[in-house]
Design a protein around this ligand. Structure first.
Ligand code: FMN
Length: 209
């Protein structure tokens, strides 16, 4: 299986973005554990969010919340909740984002989907439906977030190996917010510490009826 952008000429005939964009977003981008030097500017974080928020969610509910963990003090607090195999990575990353979902997204329907404001009481009385929609759509937004970070010139190292309950007790004082992913971020390093794992071929993951 080839993932080299230079050896995928047929693919590029089908794309509306140029080769460099396809490489930066998908084909050359790697999950990162090593970083080039340099701080991540506040403007870069805002650019990442500006792209992330435009990805579609059901009813436009946008349930994902981001906590940027920049200060060394906050980073030490976060590291306590990471699995042993992830702790050093989180301490070393130039920036870390904790992604959470809120189950109270329905309170913002008058802002996010004003034409559906009458549904606020319906969702208020159905916490199970709210949680399912929050989890599903926040995970979608996490995917947009990773791609947005790449579009802004960053590499991302997403992780689910952490103690979410412990992290929430420390960082998510609002009990409606639940962490579900921690993402290390920084400028990509030239050092790639492991080979690319195989991706499934079209026939293994697709069916056309
Ligand atoms: C939702 C999610 C959770 C992950 N959790 C961890 C983790 O806890 N620790 C870790 O080292 N890598 C974790 N990874 C990294 C994956 O193993 C990696 O993204 C995948 O193998 C693809 O690597 P590549 O982008 O370099 O091809 C996670 C990735 C995702 C998307």
């Amino acid at each position: 299986m080839s993932l080299d952008v230079a050896t995928e000429p047929d693919l590029h005939h089908e794309l509306v973005v140029d080769k460099e964009a396809a490489a930066a977003l998908f084909l050359d981008a790697r999950t990162a554990n090593n970083w080039a030097d340099g701080e991540i500017a506040e403007e870069t974080l805002q650019a990442v969010y500006a792209l992330t928020r435009m990805g579609p969610t059901a009813m436009n509910i946008q349930p994902m919340r981001i906590t940027w963990v920049r200060s060394p003090e906050a980073r030490e607090r976060l590291a306590v909740h990471m699995n042993d195999g992830n702790r050093a990575k989180t301490l070393a990353a130039p920036m870390v984002a904790v992604l959470s979902y809120t189950t109270q997204w329905h309170e913002l329907i008058p802002t996010t989907a004003p034409h559906m404001s009458a549904m606020v009481p319906t969702f208020e009385s159905n916490p199970d439906a709210r949680k399912l929609m929050a989890v599903n759509n926040a995970h979608l937004q996490a995917g947009y977030f990773i791609m947005a970070a790449r579009a802004a010139g960053l590499a991302a190292g997403p992780m689910t190996g952490f103690d979410a309950a412990g992290l929430d007790g420390d960082f998510n004082v609002d009990s409606a917010s639940k962490s579900f992913m921690v993402v290390n971020l920084g400028r990509p390093s030239d050092v790639i510490d492991r080979a690319r794992l195989p991706r499934l071929e079209f026939d293994a993951a697709n069916v056309t009826l």
